[in-house]
Design a protein around this ligand. Structure first.
Ligand code: AMP
Length: 219
């Protein structure tokens, strides 16, 4: 399946994408993770992206679309993928349509994770990521690791994202409303969107997502 996951920062996209991708045996492609990997490796792409990310702004489209296109061209994405954090505006959504159309394929569905705004801020403040693999996501209250500061999945060190501060989160939410929400309407017009409530336990939300995708498959 070829799926896009959308939702505000803190909706649990990374957490859900990690589990869903495993369940569906497709790669989890997160542009945020790709940027963070570039930053930690000190690449020119990482250097360019860092300033935008720290400010909670979108990295310019040419850079982001080029990076996503390269990743989608890798062999493991040939039979499906779960996109997390891309596309994030209409320009990127249309570019993705073109990239897929070049291979004669299209998206199967868009999962929209819905979460109230006050919950978003609470979630982000306690979020911790693994240094080895950014898709291993924990929360100090809601999804605490067995040992504080250590990833349950691989033993990696847990850290707080540089852009998970309150002022950056406010910018990211603003950007989400103005830039990203319009893509939900764009995809809804193509009949691709299923909105699921992202409140509750991680595995409850995963179950809702799996059920929604199952229905898409049968449609
Ligand atoms: P995320 O991990 O998806 O929350 O992304 C973290 C940050 O990376 C965002 O706030 C943006 O600065 C940048 N970023 C990730 N994906 C994109 C994208 N598709 N377009 C532009 N910037 C992005």
């Amino acid at each position: 399946m070829r799926i896009v996951l959308v939702g505000p920062p803190g909706a649990g996209k990374g957490t859900q994408a990690h589990v869903l991708a495993k369940t569906l045996s497709i790669p989890h492609i997160s542009t945020g993770d790709l940027f963070r990997a570039n930053i930690s490796q000190g690449t020119p792409l990482g250097l360019e992206a860092k300033g935008y990310m720290d400010a909670g702004r979108l990295v310019p489209d040419e850079v982001t679309i080029g990076m996503a296109k390269d990743r989608l061209a890798q062999e493991d994405a040939a039979h499906g993928f779960l996109l997390d954090g891309f596309p994030r505006n209409l320009v990127q959504a249309k570019a993705l349509d073109e990239i897929l159309a070049e291979s004669g394929i299209a998206l199967n569905g868009v999962l929209d994770l819905e979460v109230p705004e006050d919950e978003v801020v609470k979630r982000i403040a306690g979020r911790r990521l693994c240094r080895n693999d950014g898709s291993h996501v924990f929360h100090v209250h809601y999804n605490a690791p067995s040992v504080e500061g250590v990833c349950d999945e691989c033993g990696g060190e847990l850290y707080q994202r540089a852009d998970d501060t309150e002022s950056t989160v406010r910018n990211r939410l603003e950007v989400y409303h103005t830039e990203t929400e319009p893509i939900i309407e764009y995809y809804a017009q193509q009949g691709l969107v299923t909105t699921i409530p992202a409140l509750g336990k991680v595995d409850e939300v995963t179950q809702r997502a799996v059920d929604a995708l199952e229905q898409r498959k049968q449609a």
